[in-house]
Design a protein around this ligand. Structure first.
Ligand SMILES: NC(=O)c1ccc[n+]([C@@H]2O[C@H](COP(=O)([O-])OP(=O)(O)OC[C@H]3O[C@@H](n4cnc5c(N)ncnc54)[C@H](OP(=O)(O)O)[C@@H]3O)[C@@H](O)[C@H]2O)c1
Length: 316
C-alpha cells in the first residue's frame, strides 16, 4: 500500500529478521510494509519473502553506501549483527556504527537495535571468576553488542534497544540438542546449575519487534527485554522428556568444563552461561514474559515450541 510505513530489515533471510518480516507480511492490515535487506536477492529465502509481498533489496552491512540506499525512505529499521558468521566483536562494533550512521543520515524514525548485555559492567576484565577472551572481553558476542548501544545513542539515531534471549532453536541448529551418553541415555548439557535460562522461539523475537514498532515513539530510547519463558535445565529436560516420549536428562556441568568442550565458541558460551547463572536475578528480571506477550500475543512457551519443533530436533 502506498501509505504503508516501510520497515527495512537487516537479516531478513535469517532467524530474527525473518520472524519480523513474516509478522509484518502476515498482518494483512497494510499499515506496515517490508523492505528485506539481503546480500543475495536471488536466494531461495529472499525469493520466498518476495512471494509473500516483501520488497527485496541488495545491501551488505559491511558496505555503508549500500546500506544508506537500503534505508532511504523507510520509517523503521531492524538492525542486527552476525557474530557467529565471523567471531569478531570488533567487526560487530564497526557494523553497528555503519547501521546507526546510515539510519541517522536516512532520517529513519524508529530503529530497533538487537542487543545483549555488555557483561563487563558486571564482571570487569580484572575479575578472575571467568577468563578474559580475545584480549578485552568476557563474553565477546554479548559485550560488543552492549557496547554498541552507545554508538546508536551517540549518532542520534532514534532507537529502541531490544534485549534478546537464548533461542530454543539452538536445540535444533546450534548443536545444543539432547545427545546420547555412553549409556545410551539422552541429555542436554548446560552449565546453569539450578538457575533459570530465559529462552524464546527465534520466530517470536521478530513478532515482539513488530510489537515494538507498533508501540512506536513511547519506546524510543528505551530498553525492552524479551523471553518466552524462564526455565532451569531440569525444567527443559523434563519438558523435552514429555514432548519426545523418552527420558532426557539435564547434565549440569561447571562453566570451566563447558568452556573446555572444544567446539568453536565454547569459551564464549561457557562465560555467557556463567554470566546468566551468576547474575540470574538481574538477567531474568530484564526479560519480562508478561511484557513480551503484550508485544506479541502469539508468544510461545517452551512446551508449545517443542510440540511444533520436536521432529526437527536431531537426537544423536
Ligand atoms: N542463537 C541465539 O540463541 C542468539 C540469541 C540472541 C542473540 N543472538 C545473536 O543473533 C545474531 C544473529 O542473528 P540471526 O540468528 O537472526 O542470524 P541468522 O539466522 O544467522 O541470519 C543471518 C542473515 O543475515 C544476513 N547477513 C549475514 N551477513 C550479512 C552482511 N554482511 N550484510 C547483510 N546481511 C548479512 C544473511 O542474509 P543473506 O545471506 O540473505 O545476505 C543471513 O540470512 C548473532 O549476532 C547472535 O549473537 C543469537
Amino acid at each position: 500500500m502506498a501509505d504503508s510505513k516501510i520497515i527495512a530489515i537487516i537479516g531478513a533471510t535469517g532467524a530474527q529478521g525473518g520472524g519480523l518480516a513474516r509478522a509484518i507480511l502476515g498482518d494483512g492490515s497494510g499499515a506496515y510494509a517490508v523492505r528485506a535487506v539481503t546480500r543475495d536477492p536471488d536466494s531461495q529465502k529472499a525469493r520466498e519473502l518476495a512471494d509473500l509481498g516483501a520488497e527485496v533489496v541488495a545491501a551488505d552491512i559491511d558496505d555503508p553506501e549500500s546500506l544508506r540506499r537500503a534505508f532511504e525512505g523507510v520509517h523503521g529499521a531492524y538492525c542486527v549483527t552476525f557474530f557467529w558468521a565471523h567471531f569478531s566483536p570488533e567487526r560487530e562494533l564497526a557494523e553497528a556504527q555503519v547501521m546507526a550512521q546510515a539510519a541517522k543520515e536516512a532520517g529513519v524514525a524508529h530503529v530497533i537495535w538487537s542487543t545483549l548485555e555488555d557483561t563487563r559492567r558486571w564482571v570487569p576484565l580484572g575479575d578472575a571468576r571467568m577468563p578474559t577472551l580475545m584480549g578485552q572481553y568476557k563474553v565477546p558476542h554479548f559485550d560488543a553488542k552492549g557496547q554498541a548501544n552507545q554508538i546508536f545513542a551517540d549518532v542520534g539515531a532514534p532507537t529502541t534497544y531490544l534485549l534478546t534471549s537464548f533461542y530454543w532453536d539452538n536445540f535444533i541448529h546450534f548443536g545444543m540438542g539432547p545427545k546420547r551418553g555412553p549409556d545410551g541415555r539422552l541429555a542436554i548439557t548446560l552449565p546453569m546449575g539450578d538457575k533459570k535460562l530465559p529462552g524464546i522461539a527465534a520466530e517470536d523475537i521478530g513478532k515482539c519487534a513488530y510489537g515494538v514498532f507498533k508501540e512506536g515513539d513511547a519506546l524510543l530510547g528505551q530498553t525492552v527485554g524479551i523471553a518466552g519463558q524462564h526455565l532451569s535445565g531440569a525444567d527443559m529436560a523434563a519438558a523435552m522428556s514429555e514432548a519426545l516420549g523418552q527420558e532426557v536428562l539435564y547434565n549440569d556441568v561447571p562453566p570451566e568444563v563447558y568452556r573446555g568442550l572444544g567446539f568453536p565458541g565454547a569459551e564464549d558460551l561457557g562465560n555467557m552461561f556463567q554470566f546468566k547463572r551468576d547474575f540470574n536475578e538481574y538477567f531474568c528480571g530484564a526479560r519480562s514474559i508478561v511484557r513480551s506477550r503484550a508485544l506479541n500475543p502469539e508468544l510461545q512457551d517452551f512446551a508449545t515450541w517443542l510440540t511444533r519443533n520436536k521432529a526437527r530436533m536431531p537426537l544423536d
